[in-house]
Ligand binder design. Structure first.
Ligand code: ADP
Length: 491
């Protein structure tokens, strides 16, 4: 028989050796030499056990023997200790080959190492998966005939998740979500569709009423048709969040209360200082009227001093006396009522003859009038009234001095005494009040645009209104620019 040409095995990646029935090396390729770190050509013709006695009771040698005797192929994967002491893993096939045995060996040491480390990692991950407190589950979509997702089937679940419903993972795998949590609809169905159909990764929070728990969920699709969810129980966080919110609300409430108390105190303070400054402005304005009257009378007295009639002098002295008394009355009234704020002032009602009262005012203020300007008086009804004389006088004086000031013609005071009220009108034919400004004239410091050539403070009418309200009356007016003004009081 012609010798067999083994050269076609020379360059194989696998190790090839051919062993004769008397266990001698017939052929060994270079790969075997490299695998066991022995020059391969040196082995040819040697008996295996002579060269490597340590192989004697190994499964390698036993397999070789069995294959040799039974002429059947065998295969094994095993760790070998090489002649140089190193350990290596080989996958070895024993194949009958004519009378010989062909041994094909593949060095799988590296693959084994990778497998080993993978297995180690997998064990670590599985342990982590089983022991983690967080819930993890993977579910597979279940479709209806219209190709719509209608349910989810549980594929993977860790112990922590199964514990929530008091079961073991293996009892739950393969079950439908509808069996555990009810039909898949609403928000959960929407999220499932987005994750599985759009491949979105979604974070959301969910309250499960049946468990009375809050969960934070991260869902994503690890593979087509699947949804994986990592779920954290955030009930405690939520509770402390809610408690925080409650505490914050209480704090807000307290702060708001304090703020409004402060705001109230501030506005009381502001109102008080407003009242004080209004009072000062009003006092100054009111005192100015009798003082300027006194000055005027004194200058008249000067002029008639030497050669004037005694009667005239007496009259002017009486005027001065009246104005001075008015000053004193004013001072008294300021000290008493305004300290208790306007509404609480004590009114001083008395019964008097309105006719005499107005005539006296007319006499006192006639001298303020311009040339050819007179104060006229008209009466209707009775004469005797009951009223706070001081306040009524101040109302009339304010309106009368305005009428004299803003007009060159006569001023008319008319009064109508009715059983239950008094109507007083003070009319002039002066500059009038521009229509567009009429709404503002009772506001403090307001002066109409046509008064620039007249002296004034813009306080008189505001004070009048205050006095009128104090005695329970009403004030109104009619006015036309360049034609005149009539103020009407109903008390
Ligand atoms: P003033 O010190 O400016 O006279 P008042 O408070 O008494 O202040 O009056 C406010 C404004 O109302 C005046 O500035 C003026 O424009 C208008 N007014 C009041 N009375 C008359 C009037 N009889 N004729 C024309 N305008 C008047």
């Amino acid at each position: 028989m012609a010798p067999i040409d083994f050269s076609l095995y020379d360059n194989l990646m696998e190790g090839v050796q051919i062993i004769s029935p008397c266990f001698e090396y017939v052929y060994v390729n270079e790969t075997v030499g490299k695998q066991i770190n022995v020059p391969h050509k040196e082995l040819i013709g040697l008996r295996i056990l002579d060269k490597f006695p340590q192989l004697k009771n190994t499964s390698f040698y036993n397999n070789l023997k069995t294959c040799m005797e039974q002429r059947t192929s065998l295969e094994n994967v095993e760790k070998y200790i090489l002649p140089d002491g190193r350990e290596k893993w080989f996958s070895v096939k024993f194949i009958p080959f004519n009378d010989d045995i062909l041994i094909m060996s593949i060095d799988i040491t590296k693959t084994r190492q990778v497998e080993k480390s993978l297995r180690k990692k997998e064990r670590a991950y599985r342990k982590l998966f089983e022991e983690m407190q967080e819930f993890f589950l993977v579910q597979e979509a279940v479709y209806n005939d219209q190709n719509e997702i209608v349910d989810l089937k549980l594929l993977v679940i860790n112990s922590a998740t199964a514990n929530v419903v008091g079961k073991k993972p293996e009892e739950l795998i393969g079950q439908l979500i509808s069996d555990q949590l009810g039909p898949l609809n609403g928000r959960l169905l929407d999220i499932t569709n987005r994750v599985i159909l759009n491949n979105e990764s979604i974070h959301f929070e969910k309250f499960v009423a049946s468990l009375n728990k809050w969960f934070k969920v991260h869902s994503y699709s690890p593979q087509p048709n699947q949804i994986a969810s990592l779920v954290l129980d955030i009930t405690e966080n939520k509770q402390s969040e809610q408690e925080w919110e409650k505490v914050n609300q209480q704090l807000d409430f307290i702060v708001n209360n304090r703020t409004s108390e402060l705001a109230e105190a501030l506005s009381r303070e502001q109102k008080l200082s407003e009242i004080k400054s209004n009072f000062l402005s009003m006092a100054a304005h009111e005192l100015k009227t009798p003082l300027s009257a006194i000055l005027l009378i004194v200058s008249v007295l000067d002029r008639i001093s030497e050669h004037g009639e005694t009667d005239d002098r007496d009259k002017y002295h009486r005027y001065i006396e009246e104005q001075t008394k008015e000053l004193l009355r004013l001072l008294d009234s300021f000290v008493a009522p305004f300290h208790k704020e306007i509404g609480a002032s004590q009114l001083n009602y008395e019964t008097f003859d309105l006719f005499v009262f107005i005539e006296q005012i007319k006499e006192e203020f006639q001298f303020l009038c311009k040339d050819q300007q007179y104060i006229q008086i008209q009466y209707q009804g009775g004469r005797i009234i009951e009223q706070d004389k001081g306040i009524l006088r101040r109302i009339i004086i304010n309106l009368l001095t305005n009428a004299i000031k803003y007009s060159r013609k006569d001023v008319v005071i008319s009064s109508t005494v009715r059983p239950h009220h008094l109507i007083l009108k003070i009319k002039d034919d002066g500059i009038g009040i521009p229509e567009s400004e009429q709404l503002e004239i009772f506001n403090p410091y307001f002066r109409a645009s046509n008064t620039s050539s007249f002296q004034g403070t813009g306080l008189g009418l505001n004070i009048v209104k205050m006095y009128v309200e104090l005695i329970g009356g009403r004030i109104s007016f009619e006015s036309k620019e360049n034609e005149g003004t009539t103020f009407m009081l109903v008390i």
